[in-house]
Ligand binder design. Structure first.
Ligand code: NAG
Ligand code: NAG
Length: 844
């Protein structure tokens, strides 16, 4: 996925290398500026005929202006575009979405949409099965925990969510509801219900920790209130009784939230074995698990003589006289089944009446769940289409985990342009975004986000607008948006330093144009709300800059041609230098990167973007002729064919300096030296030609963006090839690279396994299915073939993803083209969730 971050994080070395030629260019540039300085000097000498004074002055001015210019270039990469921001300034404009499960990277956590929020979160373990020295304490979504399954079953992105987590012997249901009221974003209640998975396990123990902390450098107060009042402490001496008591509440205050109170409630006092608390300071939210673990002690209950793993109470460093905690934890250890409710109340919410827990909570949650099911059926009509209950539940949970995985982040990226010697910080900014995978990629990725919002916008257009607004507000003065967003210490803690830096010559495919296209295509202007029109208007100047960035900085050597920047021209070890910014990472391109190569997928993205720009201009009454003309120019089938159709191979292809005969070989070992790494071996000189030995996802882009004329013979050929099992067709969906391509399933270096060289990816399959659907409804000679292919491909995809879900409990990053097995990371309810609109066939 995601500009292949799994890979991205492994190929750090080549990334650095890749930038070397750019650094050269940078010095080229400075040389160039220098020359200007010198020639100014020459001219001035002639004109002023030996006036040393003036000459020195001119040198000084030239030098100064060179430095000023250089300084200006250095700051461009992290200067925000000066146009008005699109996101509405205050999150309170969307009170329904002020509180939410905006921490996708933890199994369960709550957060508000503030720059320095109060954070709430859950950890748990089973004392009876904890291994010696290892509690297996659960907190961050982690593939290594090997949970059988977890994810939101229902989540509307606004009012509530219900998640099920299956962890060996227990099943946890974590749910929450939010409630508006007062002036500070309202209330919420969360419930953790833990059940044994087998009857025999009833009575076994589980320990839950629920904590509150303040986000990065957040200022505020958290004051723990002990349970003393509610417990029978007879028979315990005063100090010991205190030691074994948890919290009844936390009283707190932050600037945004005002005064609030969080209270803890247990449904069944009899099942409780032990409670305790921790109150301490922690440097940053990514350290909470460590802080909690170092606050654990083995304690003996004076009454029962049982020993418990327990939080140790108030723990402060000696030098910390203030004893102001910013990390407060309530512990409950109890027998299964166990329930804990956490009630957050804003003090400004005066007339709320009854506490939102117990039956009151049940009733409100039921109401929201009911609404959710009705809305889900209204939008996707899976029941009407004849899907079984179980299939509908699968689809609901896929979408819910996507929507429930929306996070709210705050911080700054590290960025670098060719003009910067060192990476520089981007400005601090918030980002409201979905994430590709809660375990492996719990942060924002630009090109994934367009795919996510093809689904989210069908569920809730307002959420999609809000997400896009946040992304567009991250645009710099050049019209560039950093493609991976690692904002805040919680996100940063999960990415090694060397992979953090984002480079401004690399822009991911502009997939938000897919979203805007889907949202407004076939929608008459009179049906568009004034709020949406206003938002489109605010977005417009940023869309213009964004489009312009693609159209100019990725332009090729001839009109109508484009190529992805950032390929390593000097690579000695890569079988085929990657184009990470294309999103397709190791998908084979021309073997020898040049400035005259042509990338078909990029050209098609820019064609689509021009079309959408023209239609948005129409909707909001802006000048769109330029975009329309560019679209007409780029969608001209004759030009497309001239630049990208290989008559020899009868397929669409990239063009460039290419050799089909490139392999990895191991150089001869020198005695006594370690075995050398394999290197790239070119056995036939490259020539300028189509990269037409390769057939795969890139070859399908003219189909994907639906610019082929319905009667195009090329379309006919493409459709015929699509069904060929020796090429892309499998029972499980279309593989990314044909079996006949020289690099099919080949490693890019010895250490770098194939990624977009065979596996089945749901995002591209979705786009192809959608295009087939399109060509099955527009009249033309290939209509019937398109329909047959559409039906079969859709069926294959749905069947396989469902089958793997049943088998493994997860939706996956990609699927194996030989046997359909899910692979890569999990759960991947990012673009693999596009299986939902394939089921519902809602393509507009
Ligand atoms: C895109 O770039 C081409 C040439 O580089 C130019 O002719 C065209 O007008 C540009 N399109 C837009 C919409 O700016
Ligand atoms: C290059 O590859 C082609 C096709 O695989 C093969 O026919 C040809 O012999 C190869 N040439 C060399 C020099 O290896």
């Amino acid at each position: 996925m995601t500009g292949g971050n799994k890979k991205l994080h492994v190929i750090g070395a080549s990334e650095t290398k890749k930038n070397r030629p750019k650094v050269l260019k940078s010095s080229d540039h400075s040389t160039h500026s220098h020359n200007q300085g010198v020639s100014t000097l020459n001219i001035s000498r002639k004109q002023h005929n030996g006036s040393l004074y003036t000459g020195v002055g001119v040198i000084a001015i030239s030098v100064v202006s060179w430095f000023v210019y250089q300084g200006y270039l250095e700051t461009r990469v992290n200067s925000p575009l000066t146009e008005d921001k699109v996101a509405f300034p205050s999150s309170h404009d969307f009170p329904e979405r002020y509180w939410g499960s905006f921490r996708p990277g933890v199994y369960f956590g709550m957060k508000s949409r503030d720059t320095h929020s109060l954070l709430a979160g859950l950890m748990w373990f089973m004392p009876d099965v904890a291994a010696a020295g290892n509690l297996n304490l659960r907190h961050l979504c982690d593939q290594g925990d090997n949970l059988e399954q977890y994810g939101w079953k229902e989540h509307d992105g606004r009012n509530f969510g219900v998640q099920v987590i299956i962890d060996k012997f227990i099943q946890l249901e974590t749910s929450f509801v939010t409630k508006l009221g007062g002036n500070h974003g309202g209330d919420w209640t969360a419930r953790i219900q833990v059940e044994p998975r087998m009857k025999e396990l009833k009575g076994q123990q589980v320990t839950l920790y629920f904590y509150l902390t303040l986000d990065d450098n957040g200022k505020g107060l958290l004051q723990p209130i002990r349970m003393i009042d509610n417990m029978d402490t007879s028979g315990m001496d005063a100090s010991e009784s205190v030691k074994f008591l948890g919290l009844s509440a936390v009283h707190g205050h932050t600037e945004k939230l005002g005064d609030f109170r969080v209270s803890f409630h247990h449904a069944n006092q009899q099942s409780i074995v032990h409670t305790a608390f921790l109150s301490t300071t922690v440097g940053s939210p990514h350290l909470v698990k460590d802080a909690l673990q170092s606050g654990l002690r083995l304690m003996e209950d004076k009454r029962s003589k049982e020993r418990h793993i327990s939080l140790a109470g108030a723990l402060f460093a000696k030098e910390d006289n203030l004893k102001q905690p910013n990390f407060v934890v309530h512990q409950v250890t109890g027998k299964l089944p166990l329930q804990l409710e956490i009630v957050y109340e804003s003090n400004s919410f005066a007339e709320r009446g009854i506490l939102l827990r117990g039956e009151v909570y049940d009733a409100l949650l039921q109401k929201y769940r009911e609404q959710f099911r009705i809305q889900f059926e209204n939008k996707f009509r899976l029941n009407e289409k004849g899907f079984s209950e179980e299939e509908q539940d699968f689809a609901k949970s896929a979408m819910s985990n996507l929507v429930g995985g929306i996070g709210y982040f705050y911080g700054s990226s590290k960025v670098q342009s060719v003009h910067n010697k060192e990476p520089v910080p981007y400005w601090n900014a918030p980002l409201y975004t979905a994430v590709p995978s809660r375990s492996f990629f719990p942060r924002g990725f630009l090109w994934d986000e367009g795919f996510h919002n093809l689904i989210i916008s069908q569920w809730d257009r307002e959420i999609s607008f809000d997400i896009m607004a946040h992304w567009f507000d991250l645009m710099n003065v050049e019209g560039w948006i950093p493609r991976e967003q690692i904002l805040g210490s919680e996100a940063r803690a999960r990415v090694p330093d060397e992979f953090v830096v984002q480079r401004n010559n690399q822009g991911n495919p502009p997939t938000f144009f897919l979203v805007l296209d889907a949202m407004f295509k076939n929608r008459p202007v009179r049906d568009i709300s004034t709020l949406e029109l206003e938002q489109l208007n605010r977005m417009w100047p940023r869309l213009v800059s964004w489009y312009n960035w693609f159209n100019t900085s990725l332009h090729g050597s001839e009109p109508g041609t484009y190529y992805w920047r950032g390929r390593d021209t000097a690579s000695a070890r890569e079988l085929n230098p990657k184009s990470l910014s294309s999103g397709l990472d190791d998908y084979p391109r021309a073997s020898h990167p040049t400035t005259y190569e042509r990338h078909l997928d990029l050209r098609c993205w820019i064609t689509l973007a021009a079309k959408v720009m023209a239609s948005i201009a129409d909707i909001i009454g802006r000048e769109g002729r330029k975009y329309h003309e560019t679209f007409v120019f780029l969608s001209n089938n004759e030009l497309l064919n001239a630049q990208h159709w290989s008559e020899k191979a009868k397929r669409y292809a990239d063009y460039g300096l290419h050799s089909s005969n490139v392999t990895l070989r191991r150089p001869k070992s020198i005695a006594g030296q370690p075995k050398p790494d394999k290197i790239r071996w070119v056995s036939e000189e490259p020539t300028p030609r189509f990269v037409d030995d390769t057939f795969g996802y890139v070859s399908l882009f003219p189909l994907i963006v639906e610019i082929l004329q319905p009667d195009s013979p090329q379309l006919g050929q493409l459709l015929q090839d699509l069904r060929n099992p020796n090429l892309l067709w499998t029972k499980y969906g279309l593989r990314s690279l044909s079996k006949t391509s020289p690099l099919y399933n080949k490693r890019n270096t010895e250490h770098d396994p194939p990624y977009w060289r065979g596996p089945i990816w749901i995002n591209v399959n979705y786009l192809v299915a959608r295009a087939l659907h399109h060509y099955s409804v527009v009249e033309g000679p290939h209509q019937t073939r398109a329909l047959l292919l559409y039906n079969e491909l859709r069926e294959n995809l749905i069947t396989n993803v469902l089958r793997e879900y049943r088998k493994t409990g997860y939706i996956w990053e990609q699927y194996n083209d030989a046997n359909g097995a899910g692979q890569g990371c999990r759960p991947f309810t990012g673009w693999s969730t596009l299986i939902l609109p394939l089921m519902s066939e809602t393509y507009v």
